[in-house]
Design a protein around this ligand. Structure first.
Ligand code: UDP
Length: 242
């Protein structure tokens, strides 16, 4: 039975990183197709205004917090989230387990060449990991059919979709069943990080819960998106607690 706690209507699984990764591994063997979401506070806020996104987050099989803001918000609930489970870290933990078991993955998303470069780097880091194919995230609707056909021809255990949120969550919800993949994660800009094009914040920023601040320093244009964070904090403080 899933143990969840709600933040503004979004059900988060109460799991630590390793438990989340084990759940993903379990999805490869239980016969269905599973949706994994890693919302940060911006996406939680967006879901309160986008019913389609809210429905997807409620229908997902695993929902873990990409941002420390969500972990903080859960402190006001009876059931608290034990730690941040960032999408990038979840992928790395799952890759490590998949490489030992010979599971397969397909990378879909990012600018031309990025997913392919990410695949090279991940193959080197996890030698047993079977990356069956890659495709960039820019396509016409005619090309989309071919992309789905290609993924289906591989029917990978795991499909990573990096189209940015909430586009990727909607794409997964609408198309996962046609891809033959057993599980899919919306990974945002993770291929850029895996490829080495964008650096993750130094560990000290991550430990202090300040990765968002580091990203803001590197990409000042994110300020517009981040202005939603104080609004999120105020809404959490004044919302009904779960
Ligand atoms: N992207 C894509 N297709 C699109 C729009 C975006 O593949 O139509 C990719 C983009 O190249 C980048 C990622 O989606 O790699 C979005 O990264 P961002 O960090 O903005 O996403 P977030 O993690 O914040 O959702």
């Amino acid at each position: 039975m899933r143990k969840t706690t709600y933040i503004m209507g979004v059900p988060f699984d109460v799991v630590k990183m390793n438990e989340a990764a084990e759940l993903v591994m379990g999805f490869f063997d239980d016969g269905g197709s599973h949706i994994i979401c890693t919302p940060n506070p911006e996406i939680v806020m967006e879901a309160t205004k986008d019913s389609k996104l809210m429905n997807i987050l409620n229908a997902a099989d695993l929902v873990v917090p990409d941002g420390v803001g969500v972990v903080w918000a859960s402190k006001f609930n009876k059931v608290k989230i034990p730690e941040r489970v960032a999408g990038y870290d979840l992928c790395q933990t799952v890759f490590s387990k998949m490489s030992q078991k010979g599971n397969t993955v397909y990378f879909f998303g990012g600018a031309p060449g990025v997913a392919a470069k990410a695949a090279e780097k991940m193959k080197a880091a996890y030698p047993g990991l079977k990356i069956l194919g890659t495709r960039n995230g820019y396509f016409t609707s005619a090309e989309e059919k071919d992309i789905i056909r290609e993924i289906k021809s591989f029917s990978p255990d795991l499909l990573l979709v990096g189209l940015g949120a909430p586009k990727q969550e909607k794409w997964i919800y609408e198309n996962l069943r046609f891809t033959g993949a057993k599980a899919a994660i919306g990974v945002g800009g993770c291929f850029d990080v895996m490829a080495g094009n964008i650096k993750r914040a130094p560990k000290i920023f991550q430990k202090l819960g300040l990765e968002w601040f580091y990203r803001l320093l590197c990409q000042p244009t994110r300020i517009k998106r981040m202005m939603r964070l104080p609004v999120f904090a105020v809404k959490v403080l004044f919302s009904k607690k779960g």
